[in-house]
Design a protein around this ligand. Sequence first.
Ligand SMILES: [Zn+2]
Length: 170
Amino acid sequence: MELKPEKIRYLIIHHSATARDTTTFEAVKKYHISKGWGDIGYHFFITPNGKVMAGRSENSIGAHCQADSMNFKSLGICLPGNFMTEVPTVEQLSSLLDLIKRLMSKYNIPKENVLGHREVSGASTACPGDSLQKWVSNFRGQKDGIDPSMIAEQVMNHLEQAIDKLKQIL
Ligand SMILES: [Zn+2]
């Protein structure tokens, strides 16, 4: 079904609720098709290395958020990962920021309408996970959308992972 550009008033951010580094676009797409959704439910999917993959086209109604009839008035963006227990990569967040800014300007969407799935009225979900939701909330609060504390947290996370790997080798 067609989603006319003037109907697009929100951007909804999701996580896949599955492991960040092993969840592929193809796997999510296959799963959504198996549920009878015709295609991947999201319009965009951002891989851990920051690659933005096109899901269903921007002029198709998505299958990502039934609450508040959001599918009929939004685009859905998914970052693979379970952000209740892990954090998005720096590359994912930096691509997310670019994508959000591009879509906000293309469809004239105000920052207040960039929402985590759980923030949609009537939604009952942990999506997009605590760490990504925090980023989304900070994005709306920041003048230029950059949240330095989140970036610092990411760098720390990378360092901790590197130290863990070193410990395994030594
Ligand atoms: Zn979601």
